[in-house]
Write a new protein. Sequence first.
Length: 263
Amino acid sequence: MRTALLQSSGHPGSTAANLKVLDAAAGRAAAAGAGVLVTSEMFLTGYAIGDDVARLAEPADGDAADAIAEIAHRHGLAVAYGYPERAGGAVFNSVQLISAEGARLANYRKTHLFGCFEREQFTPGDQPVVQAEVNGLRVGLMICYDVEFPENVRAHALAGTDLLLVPTAQMHPFQFVAESVVPVRAFENQMYVAYVNRVGAEGEFEFVGLSTLAGPDGVARARAGRGEELVFADADPDFLAASRAANPYLSDRRPGLYGSLAS
């Protein structure tokens, strides 16, 4: 499945403007044959927008979700977008996956919050593995800091995730995560990992770009630079099956030895 990575910070503070950016990118992605378009973390509203996070937060079935469903259906591709989700009195840092038919397939709430900013703005999620089927692939969802915990990604591997979508807001000086950690996660868990970042200065942060889709051989199939960019790479189920057959990591595990890891 051709996967489109929208490396963009959009227009922080303006949901309407970001929907226009998404619509334009979806058109370009569809024209290139993509089956899914993935945005950065908190793409819908912006990341470093302070108290506006709570003001702009919407429910998973809110107006923005309806607008993105229309975009997905009109262009004929699935869309995974980062946004602040309001549920009751809580706000979550979430990513939602919409099908090419405009149906809401899956919604994931970030389980590992990074730094004081996120802990002040969000409630952590408590469901580590969220998946849906897209074009014959089992697609999993995760957000930024979550992928830096090997247990998190391994849980997806054991649940059969083929393609892990990771909207991110990766900032300086942690670019080694995009460059090194993500390809290793893909290799050690025998899956594709699409890691999609923001770019440029926003609030106190400097986002480093470098969005990538890494394969189960640990090789980056695509690598963005430091600016706004739409990049493409393929998640190949035949290559994935062959890689899994050749690499025994998951079958050679000895779970009985790992009990202390859960303490």
